[in-house]
Design a protein around this ligand. Structure first.
Ligand code: MRU
Length: 378
C-alpha cells in the first residue's frame, strides 16, 4: 500500500544483501517511518515478541523469513545437525506470541519444506528462501482477493443507501501493516474506496497499545480513506444511532468451527452489533484458520502481556516519543491481549475463496480439502 505515495510492503529482502530482511518498525508509527534490518533469527524473535512487527499475517511472514535466516547460520556439518538447529529456531520463534496461529503455521510449513528438500544443504537454504517469499506473496495475494469478496458487501450497502457513505467500524489494526499488503479487515475498504464507493471508517483506538489510533488511522490516511478515530467504548452508542452499517474486524486465529480470536474488546463490539442488528464480519486469509481446535473460549491460548502497556501511554511530545504514567503507580494491572467472539455472533467470514457462514459446515464448504479430517489435512 502507499506511504507518501510510494508502494510498500511490510517485509522484504534487502535489495543488495540477501542475508538481511527488512521490516517497517511499527513501534515508531505514526510519528516516524523507520526501517529495521533483521540479520539473525534472534533479531526476528525480538521483533515479533516486542511488536516491531505485529498482526497475524505479518507475524507469520516474519517467522517464515526468520526460518530462512536460521537456515543461513545453521551448522552445515550434517543434515541432522542442520535440521536440529532449525527446529530449535522454530521453537524460539513459536514461543514469542501464542495467539496468532500464523506463527505456528509458517514455522511448520518451513520445517516440512526444508526437510523435504534435503539432503543438499545449499538446496535446503534455497528452499527456505523460496518458502519465505511464497508465504509473503500468498499473504498479499489472499488479502487482495478477500478484499474483492468483501467489497461486494460494501457495494450492496452503498446501493441500498443510494450512494450515501457506508460507515464501517473496525477494531485494532487488521490493515496492511498487520499483513504483507492490503490487510484483512481493511482490504474490502481499500477495494471499495478505490472503486469510487463512498466509505467512511470508524477506527476504535484499541487500548492498551492503540493499534487503531496509531496504525489503522495512519494507513487509512496514507491511502486517502475518510476515517474517524473513536475511543474504544463509543461503538455501541454509534450503532444505537444507526451510524454503523457494518463491522469488519480481522482475527489472530479463527477455528474451523467459526469461533474468532481477535484483539481484546472485539467480543464486546460483536455483542453490541448483535443487539443492534449490525452485520459483523471477520476477514481472514486461510492461514489464520486453526484446523484443530473446536472451542474458542476453552481452547485458544490468550496472550497476557506486560503490565506496563496498560500503566503507561505513549505519544509525541515536543517531537519526542515519550511515555507517561496513567494509573496510580502501585495499582495491580492485568493485560489480556485477545478475546474470543463466539461463532453465533459472527455474520460471516470473508476469505480469499469467498464469504461463508462462521460455522463448521460453512468453512468446510469453502475448504473441502479439510473436510474428512481437518486435523490431519492441515
Ligand atoms: O497484538 P497485535 O497487534 O499483533 O494484534 C493483532 C491485531 O492487530 C488484531 O488482533 C487484528 O485485528 C488481527 S491480526 C490481523
Amino acid at each position: 500500500m502507499n506511504v507518501n505515495g510510494k508502494h510498500r510492503r511490510t517485509i522484504w529482502l534487502h535489495e543488495s544483501n540477501p542475508a538481511i530482511v527488512q521490516i517497517i518498525e511499527q513501534r515508531f508509527l505514526p510519528y516516524r517511518f523507520v526501517i529495521e534490518d533483521l540479520k539473525t533469527v534472534e533479531d526476528v524473535a525480538v521483533a515479533i515478541k516486542d511488536m516491531h512487527v505485529r498482526g497475524a499475517g505479518l507475524i507469520g511472514a516474519t517467522a517464515g523469513f526468520g526460518m530462512y535466516l536460521a537456515a543461513l547460520s545453521a551448522p552445515r556439518t550434517s543434515m541432522q545437525a542442520f535440521m536440529a538447529d532449525l527446529k530449535n529456531a522454530g521453537d524460539r520463534l513459536r514461543a514469542t506470541r501464542p495467539t496468532a496461529v500464523n506463527l505456528e503455521w509458517a514455522v511448520k510449513r518451513q520445517l516440512a519444506a526444508i526437510e523435504q528438500a534435503g539432503p543438499d544443504i545449499e538446496v535446503m537454504i534455497e528452499t527456505a528462501l523460496h518458502v519465505a517469499q511464497t508465504i509473503a506473496d500468498e499473504d498479499a495475494e489472499y488479502c487482495r482477493r478477500l478484499g474483492e469478496h468483501g467489497k461486494a458487501i460494501i457495494k450492496e450497502i452503498s446501493a441500498k443507501k443510494g450512494g450515501a457513505p457506508v460507515n464501517v467500524l473496525t477494531h485494532c489494526n487488521a490493515g496492511w501493516l498487520a499483513f504483507v499488503d492490503y490487510g484483512s479487515a481493511t482490504a474490502p475498504i481499500y477495494a471499495a474506496h478505490d472503486d469510487g464507493i463512498d466509505v467512511h471508517v470508524w477506527v476504535d483506538e484499541t487500548r492498551p497499545r492503540n493499534q487503531g489510533a496509531r496504525l489503522t488511522a495512519w494507513e487509512l490516511g496514507q491511502h486517502g480513506v475518510p476515517h474517524t478515530v473513536i475511543a474504544d467504548n463509543v461503538g455501541g452508542h454509534l450503532m444505537q444511532h444507526g451510524q454503523v452499517d457494518m463491522v469488519i474486524v480481522g482475527t489472530d486465529r479463527t477455528l474451523y468451527t467459526g469461533d474468532v480470536a481477535n484483539k481484546i474488546g472485539t467480543y464486546l463490539k460483536a455483542l453490541a452489533a448483535h443487539d443492534n442488528g449490525v452485520p459483523f464480519y471477520v476477514a481472514l486469509p486461510s492461514s489464520s484458520f486453526d484446523w484443530e481446535k473446536r472451542d474458542g473460549v476453552k481452547d485458544i491460548p490468550i496472550e497476557q502481556r506486560d503490565a506496563t502497556e496498560v500503566k503507561y501511554m505513549q505519544g509525541l511530545h515536543n517531537d519526542e516519543i515519550v511515555e507517561v504514567l496513567l494509573t496510580p503507580e502501585n495499582s495491580a494491572v492485568a493485560n489480556y491481549a485477545f478475546d474470543v467472539t463466539p461463532a453465533r455472533l459472527v455474520t460471516g467470514l470473508i476469505t480469499e475463496r469467498g464469504i461463508c457462514p462462521a460455522s463448521e459446515a460453512g468453512v468446510l464448504a469453502l475448504f473441502p480439502e479439510k473436510r474428512n479430517n481437518p486435523q490431519e489435512s492441515k
